[in-house]
Design a protein around this ligand. Sequence first.
Ligand code: HEC
Ligand code: HEC
Ligand code: HEC
Ligand code: HEC
Length: 143
Amino acid sequence: MKTQKNITTIVAITIGLTLGIGVAQANEQIKAPAKAITITGKKPVKFNHTSHLELGIACAECHHDQQHNPRTAETIGALPDSGILQCATCHNSDFTNPKLQKRKIIFHTNCKTCHEAGLNGKKGPTKCSSCHIKKKRKAIEGC
Ligand code: HEC
Ligand code: HEC
Ligand code: HEC
Ligand code: HEC
Protein backbone atom coordinates (compact mmCIF):
# COMPACT_ATOMS: atom_id res chain seq x y z
CA MET A 1 0.00 0.00 0.00
CA LYS A 2 2.73 2.38 1.05
CA THR A 3 4.73 1.73 -2.13
CA GLN A 4 1.66 2.32 -4.26
CA LYS A 5 1.05 5.65 -2.51
CA ASN A 6 4.68 6.60 -3.11
CA ILE A 7 4.43 5.71 -6.78
CA THR A 8 1.22 7.77 -7.09
CA THR A 9 3.02 10.71 -5.47
CA ILE A 10 5.98 10.36 -7.81
CA VAL A 11 3.69 10.17 -10.84
CA ALA A 12 1.76 13.24 -9.63
CA ILE A 13 4.99 15.18 -9.09
CA THR A 14 6.32 14.16 -12.50
CA ILE A 15 3.12 15.27 -14.25
CA GLY A 16 3.18 18.50 -12.24
CA LEU A 17 6.80 19.19 -13.21
CA THR A 18 6.17 18.40 -16.87
CA LEU A 19 3.19 20.75 -16.97
CA GLY A 20 5.18 23.35 -15.06
CA ILE A 21 8.06 23.14 -17.54
CA GLY A 22 5.58 23.34 -20.42
CA VAL A 23 4.19 26.59 -19.05
CA ALA A 24 7.68 27.93 -18.36
CA GLN A 25 8.72 27.22 -21.96
CA ALA A 26 5.69 29.02 -23.37
CA ASN A 27 6.56 32.03 -21.19
CA GLU A 28 10.17 31.95 -22.25
CA GLN A 29 9.32 33.77 -25.51
CA ILE A 30 11.75 36.65 -25.54
CA LYS A 31 10.10 40.02 -25.04
CA ALA A 32 11.39 43.57 -24.65
CA PRO A 33 12.48 44.15 -21.05
CA ALA A 34 9.65 46.00 -19.27
CA LYS A 35 11.98 47.84 -16.91
CA ALA A 36 14.80 50.19 -17.89
CA ILE A 37 18.04 48.38 -18.74
CA THR A 38 21.58 49.65 -18.43
CA ILE A 39 23.61 49.61 -21.63
CA THR A 40 26.97 48.82 -20.13
CA GLY A 41 30.16 50.15 -21.65
CA LYS A 42 32.69 52.73 -20.62
CA LYS A 43 29.90 55.31 -20.50
CA PRO A 44 26.77 53.47 -19.34
CA VAL A 45 23.30 54.57 -20.36
CA LYS A 46 19.87 53.79 -18.89
CA PHE A 47 17.52 52.81 -21.66
CA ASN A 48 13.81 52.32 -21.34
CA HIS A 49 12.17 49.98 -23.88
CA THR A 50 8.66 50.74 -22.62
CA SER A 51 8.84 54.50 -23.17
CA HIS A 52 10.19 53.94 -26.68
CA LEU A 53 7.67 51.28 -27.62
CA GLU A 54 4.89 53.59 -26.42
CA LEU A 55 6.07 56.08 -29.04
CA GLY A 56 5.27 53.44 -31.66
CA ILE A 57 8.90 52.59 -32.49
CA ALA A 58 9.32 49.07 -33.92
CA CYS A 59 11.95 46.61 -32.64
CA ALA A 60 13.56 46.74 -36.10
CA GLU A 61 14.44 50.40 -35.64
CA CYS A 62 17.23 49.17 -33.36
CA HIS A 63 17.50 45.38 -33.73
CA HIS A 64 18.73 43.63 -36.89
CA ASP A 65 20.40 40.34 -37.78
CA GLN A 66 23.79 39.40 -39.27
CA GLN A 67 22.55 40.33 -42.76
CA HIS A 68 21.25 43.64 -41.42
CA ASN A 69 17.70 42.41 -41.95
CA PRO A 70 15.20 43.88 -39.48
CA ARG A 71 14.32 41.85 -36.39
CA THR A 72 10.63 41.96 -35.55
CA ALA A 73 8.91 41.22 -32.22
CA GLU A 74 8.08 37.76 -33.68
CA THR A 75 11.60 36.86 -34.82
CA ILE A 76 13.00 38.13 -31.51
CA GLY A 77 10.40 36.10 -29.60
CA ALA A 78 11.53 32.94 -31.41
CA LEU A 79 15.26 33.37 -30.68
CA PRO A 80 16.83 30.60 -28.62
CA ASP A 81 18.73 33.17 -26.55
CA SER A 82 18.40 36.94 -26.20
CA GLY A 83 22.17 37.40 -25.92
CA ILE A 84 22.49 37.71 -29.71
CA LEU A 85 20.63 41.03 -29.42
CA GLN A 86 23.63 42.57 -27.66
CA CYS A 87 25.04 45.00 -30.21
CA ALA A 88 28.62 44.01 -29.42
CA THR A 89 28.09 40.36 -30.42
CA CYS A 90 28.53 41.70 -33.97
CA HIS A 91 29.80 45.26 -33.61
CA ASN A 92 33.19 44.55 -32.10
CA SER A 93 36.79 44.83 -33.32
CA ASP A 94 36.21 41.87 -35.71
CA PHE A 95 33.24 43.48 -37.48
CA THR A 96 33.68 43.46 -41.29
CA ASN A 97 32.89 47.17 -41.65
CA PRO A 98 35.60 48.99 -39.66
CA LYS A 99 33.41 52.10 -39.47
CA LEU A 100 30.87 50.18 -37.40
CA GLN A 101 33.13 48.62 -34.77
CA LYS A 102 33.03 51.31 -32.11
CA ARG A 103 30.25 51.52 -29.54
CA LYS A 104 30.21 55.29 -29.70
CA ILE A 105 29.53 55.19 -33.45
CA ILE A 106 26.85 52.50 -33.54
CA PHE A 107 24.90 53.75 -30.52
CA HIS A 108 25.12 57.41 -31.38
CA THR A 109 24.06 56.67 -34.97
CA ASN A 110 21.10 54.66 -33.73
CA CYS A 111 20.01 56.78 -30.74
CA LYS A 112 21.10 60.31 -31.54
CA THR A 113 20.01 60.38 -35.19
CA CYS A 114 16.41 59.84 -34.20
CA HIS A 115 16.61 62.11 -31.15
CA GLU A 116 17.90 64.95 -33.31
CA ALA A 117 15.43 64.40 -36.14
CA GLY A 118 12.53 63.74 -33.78
CA LEU A 119 9.53 61.47 -34.16
CA ASN A 120 6.05 62.85 -34.85
CA GLY A 121 7.29 66.25 -33.73
CA LYS A 122 8.79 64.91 -30.49
CA LYS A 123 12.56 65.26 -30.15
CA GLY A 124 14.60 63.03 -27.88
CA PRO A 125 17.31 64.27 -25.51
CA THR A 126 20.71 65.03 -27.10
CA LYS A 127 22.77 66.28 -24.16
CA CYS A 128 25.47 63.85 -23.03
CA SER A 129 24.15 63.86 -19.47
CA SER A 130 20.58 63.15 -20.56
CA CYS A 131 21.66 59.67 -21.70
CA HIS A 132 24.91 58.93 -19.88
CA ILE A 133 24.60 58.08 -16.22
CA LYS A 134 26.37 60.75 -14.21
CA LYS A 135 29.32 59.49 -12.23
CA LYS A 136 29.61 60.87 -8.71
CA ARG A 137 32.35 63.48 -8.20
CA LYS A 138 34.19 62.82 -11.46
CA ALA A 139 32.75 64.64 -14.47
CA ILE A 140 32.10 62.65 -17.65
CA GLU A 141 35.06 62.90 -19.99
CA GLY A 142 34.43 64.64 -23.25
CA CYS A 143 31.33 66.53 -22.16
C1 HEC B 1 20.67 59.58 -27.07
C2 HEC B 1 21.55 59.04 -26.07
C3 HEC B 1 22.99 59.47 -26.06
C4 HEC B 1 23.49 60.75 -26.06
C5 HEC B 1 22.72 62.06 -26.09
C6 HEC B 1 24.93 60.64 -25.99
N1 HEC B 1 25.29 59.30 -25.96
FE1 HEC B 1 27.18 58.58 -25.85
N2 HEC B 1 26.47 56.65 -25.96
C7 HEC B 1 25.14 56.33 -25.90
C8 HEC B 1 25.01 54.90 -25.76
C9 HEC B 1 23.72 54.11 -25.65
C10 HEC B 1 26.34 54.38 -25.71
C11 HEC B 1 26.78 52.92 -25.46
C12 HEC B 1 27.14 52.77 -23.96
C13 HEC B 1 28.60 52.51 -23.68
O1 HEC B 1 29.30 51.97 -24.55
O2 HEC B 1 29.07 52.83 -22.56
C14 HEC B 1 27.23 55.51 -25.88
C15 HEC B 1 28.61 55.41 -25.94
C16 HEC B 1 29.47 56.51 -25.85
C17 HEC B 1 30.91 56.41 -25.84
C18 HEC B 1 31.72 55.11 -25.99
C19 HEC B 1 31.87 54.37 -24.66
C20 HEC B 1 32.52 53.00 -24.85
O3 HEC B 1 32.08 52.05 -24.18
O4 HEC B 1 33.41 52.86 -25.66
C21 HEC B 1 31.40 57.67 -25.69
C22 HEC B 1 32.86 58.10 -25.58
C23 HEC B 1 30.25 58.58 -25.63
N3 HEC B 1 29.09 57.83 -25.75
C24 HEC B 1 30.31 59.95 -25.46
C25 HEC B 1 29.24 60.83 -25.53
C26 HEC B 1 29.35 62.29 -25.45
C27 HEC B 1 30.65 63.05 -25.24
C28 HEC B 1 28.07 62.80 -25.61
C29 HEC B 1 27.63 64.24 -25.69
C30 HEC B 1 28.27 65.01 -26.73
C31 HEC B 1 27.17 61.64 -25.75
N4 HEC B 1 27.92 60.48 -25.69
C32 HEC B 1 25.79 61.73 -25.93
C33 HEC B 1 24.07 57.18 -25.96
C34 HEC B 1 24.14 58.57 -25.99
C1 HEC C 1 15.03 52.43 -29.64
C2 HEC C 1 15.83 51.20 -29.75
C3 HEC C 1 15.23 49.87 -29.39
C4 HEC C 1 13.98 49.39 -29.69
C5 HEC C 1 12.85 50.07 -30.45
C6 HEC C 1 13.93 48.06 -29.15
N1 HEC C 1 15.11 47.74 -28.54
FE1 HEC C 1 15.54 46.03 -27.55
N2 HEC C 1 17.37 46.79 -27.01
C7 HEC C 1 17.89 47.99 -27.46
C8 HEC C 1 19.22 48.15 -26.93
C9 HEC C 1 20.14 49.32 -27.19
C10 HEC C 1 19.50 47.00 -26.14
C11 HEC C 1 20.80 46.69 -25.37
C12 HEC C 1 21.81 46.12 -26.34
C13 HEC C 1 23.20 46.00 -25.75
O1 HEC C 1 23.35 46.06 -24.52
O2 HEC C 1 24.17 45.82 -26.52
C14 HEC C 1 18.30 46.17 -26.20
C15 HEC C 1 18.15 44.95 -25.55
C16 HEC C 1 17.07 44.11 -25.69
C17 HEC C 1 16.92 42.84 -25.02
C18 HEC C 1 17.90 42.26 -24.01
C19 HEC C 1 19.00 41.52 -24.73
C20 HEC C 1 19.96 40.86 -23.75
O3 HEC C 1 19.74 39.67 -23.44
O4 HEC C 1 20.88 41.52 -23.28
C21 HEC C 1 15.74 42.28 -25.46
C22 HEC C 1 15.16 40.93 -25.05
C23 HEC C 1 15.15 43.22 -26.41
N3 HEC C 1 15.98 44.32 -26.51
C24 HEC C 1 13.97 43.00 -27.10
C25 HEC C 1 13.31 43.97 -27.87
C26 HEC C 1 12.01 43.76 -28.52
C27 HEC C 1 11.21 42.47 -28.51
C28 HEC C 1 11.69 44.96 -29.12
C29 HEC C 1 10.42 45.32 -29.87
C30 HEC C 1 9.16 44.97 -29.23
C31 HEC C 1 12.79 45.89 -28.84
N4 HEC C 1 13.74 45.25 -28.12
C32 HEC C 1 12.83 47.21 -29.27
C33 HEC C 1 17.25 48.90 -28.26
C34 HEC C 1 15.94 48.82 -28.68
C1 HEC D 1 23.81 39.82 -35.57
C2 HEC D 1 24.74 40.88 -35.86
C3 HEC D 1 24.38 42.30 -35.49
C4 HEC D 1 23.88 42.75 -34.27
C5 HEC D 1 23.59 41.96 -33.04
C6 HEC D 1 23.73 44.18 -34.40
N1 HEC D 1 24.13 44.59 -35.64
FE1 HEC D 1 24.17 46.51 -36.34
N2 HEC D 1 24.75 45.86 -38.17
C7 HEC D 1 25.00 44.54 -38.51
C8 HEC D 1 25.29 44.46 -39.95
C9 HEC D 1 25.63 43.21 -40.72
C10 HEC D 1 25.21 45.79 -40.44
C11 HEC D 1 25.43 46.28 -41.88
C12 HEC D 1 26.91 46.60 -42.02
C13 HEC D 1 27.23 47.41 -43.22
O1 HEC D 1 26.33 47.97 -43.87
O2 HEC D 1 28.44 47.52 -43.52
C14 HEC D 1 24.89 46.65 -39.29
C15 HEC D 1 24.75 48.02 -39.36
C16 HEC D 1 24.51 48.85 -38.28
C17 HEC D 1 24.48 50.30 -38.35
C18 HEC D 1 24.72 51.17 -39.58
C19 HEC D 1 23.54 51.17 -40.50
C20 HEC D 1 22.36 51.82 -39.86
O3 HEC D 1 21.38 51.09 -39.59
O4 HEC D 1 22.40 53.02 -39.60
C21 HEC D 1 24.19 50.75 -37.08
C22 HEC D 1 24.06 52.18 -36.61
C23 HEC D 1 24.03 49.57 -36.23
N3 HEC D 1 24.22 48.43 -36.99
C24 HEC D 1 23.70 49.61 -34.90
C25 HEC D 1 23.42 48.49 -34.12
C26 HEC D 1 22.90 48.53 -32.76
C27 HEC D 1 22.62 49.79 -31.99
C28 HEC D 1 22.76 47.24 -32.35
C29 HEC D 1 22.20 46.74 -31.05
C30 HEC D 1 20.88 47.23 -30.66
C31 HEC D 1 23.19 46.39 -33.45
N4 HEC D 1 23.56 47.17 -34.50
C32 HEC D 1 23.23 45.00 -33.40
C33 HEC D 1 24.99 43.46 -37.66
C34 HEC D 1 24.54 43.47 -36.35
C1 HEC E 1 13.20 56.16 -33.67
C2 HEC E 1 13.47 57.19 -32.70
C3 HEC E 1 14.28 56.90 -31.45
C4 HEC E 1 15.34 56.03 -31.29
C5 HEC E 1 15.97 55.10 -32.30
C6 HEC E 1 15.78 56.20 -29.91
N1 HEC E 1 15.01 57.11 -29.25
FE1 HEC E 1 15.21 57.70 -27.29
N2 HEC E 1 13.58 58.88 -27.48
C7 HEC E 1 12.92 59.17 -28.67
C8 HEC E 1 11.94 60.23 -28.46
C9 HEC E 1 11.01 60.83 -29.51
C10 HEC E 1 12.03 60.57 -27.08
C11 HEC E 1 11.23 61.64 -26.34
C12 HEC E 1 10.01 61.05 -25.75
C13 HEC E 1 9.11 62.08 -25.10
O1 HEC E 1 9.48 63.25 -25.02
O2 HEC E 1 8.03 61.67 -24.65
C14 HEC E 1 13.07 59.71 -26.51
C15 HEC E 1 13.45 59.73 -25.16
C16 HEC E 1 14.58 59.15 -24.65
C17 HEC E 1 15.08 59.32 -23.29
C18 HEC E 1 14.40 60.15 -22.21
C19 HEC E 1 13.74 59.26 -21.18
C20 HEC E 1 12.80 58.25 -21.77
O3 HEC E 1 13.13 57.06 -21.75
O4 HEC E 1 11.75 58.64 -22.33
C21 HEC E 1 16.25 58.61 -23.21
C22 HEC E 1 17.17 58.48 -22.01
C23 HEC E 1 16.46 57.96 -24.49
N3 HEC E 1 15.43 58.31 -25.35
C24 HEC E 1 17.53 57.14 -24.79
C25 HEC E 1 17.71 56.46 -26.01
C26 HEC E 1 18.80 55.56 -26.30
C27 HEC E 1 19.91 55.22 -25.34
C28 HEC E 1 18.60 55.11 -27.58
C29 HEC E 1 19.44 54.15 -28.38
C30 HEC E 1 19.71 52.86 -27.78
C31 HEC E 1 17.37 55.73 -28.08
N4 HEC E 1 16.87 56.54 -27.10
C32 HEC E 1 16.85 55.51 -29.35
C33 HEC E 1 13.12 58.57 -29.89
C34 HEC E 1 14.09 57.59 -30.16
